[in-house]
Design a protein around this ligand. Structure first.
Ligand code: HEC
Length: 173
């Protein structure tokens, strides 16, 4: 066996094994029951996205921790539905008398789930406290987005559990 072949024969299965492990690790599943089992804790016009609205859901693990003012533990799942804002015939976003956008069609569902072990597969600057990120279609198909941008935007928010809406998760009671 010449040296190059020996290297290739070793490197290829190793690369395949690594790839499979990475996929297996990033195993955030679509929480298909979120509309019946999660709490809907906030709906708001999106910052920086002038024609979108976000509708926020948290599972009981996240919500109970937020109500107790505690960190969001492993098993916390957050769902953010994104809606297109309704527009008038001129293509301008319509605002209600409350000065708020009006949700039209749902376009994408963003999901975050926390498991501390999941951070191991990322370099330090993309670890995001064990949170994993995925984007799904409104019917729950994984859109297989590159989640680097998700990580970069949420990573600086360590003081609020890497989320933008932690203070809202406790709800009104
Ligand atoms: C440009 C910055 C940015 C990127 C990129 C980004 N987010 Fe966010 N994310 C936000 C902001 C800001 C909010 C609060 C709502 C809003 O958009 O105004 C938010 C809210 C969320 C929430 C609700 C929980 C919370 O943090 O309050 C989830 C879930 C979420 N994002 C998931 C994702 C996923 C999944 C991706 C990648 C596919 C992603 N985000 C990419 C900025 C970002």
């Amino acid at each position: 066996m010449n040296r190059r072949f020996a290297l290739a024969a070793f490197a290829l299965p190793a690369a395949l094994a690594l790839g499979a492990a990475a996929l297996e690790d990033r195993s955030l599943a679509f929480p298909s029951d979120y509309r019946t089992s999660f709490s809907n804790y906030l709906i708001s016009d999106r910052m920086g996205q002038e024609d979108q609205i976000m509708n926020f859901w948290a599972n009981d693990i996240a919500r109970k921790a937020a109500q107790a003012g505690e960190p969001l533990p492993d098993g916390s799942v957050l769902v953010a539905e994104i809606y297109k804002a309704k527009k008038d015939e001129a293509g301008e976003v319509i605002e209600s008398q409350l000065g708020r956008r009006i949700p039209g069609e749902m376009s994408v569902i963003l999901v975050m789930e926390r498991k501390s072990g999941w951070a191991d597969q990322y370099p330090d600057d993309l670890k995001v406290g064990g949170w994993e990120f995925e984007a799904f279609s409104p019917t729950g198909e994984n859109l297989n987005r590159d989640t680097t941008a998700c990580r970069e935007c949420h990573q600086p928010l360590a003081d609020t559990e890497y989320t933008w809406s932690y203070p809202h998760m406790a709800g009104l009671n």
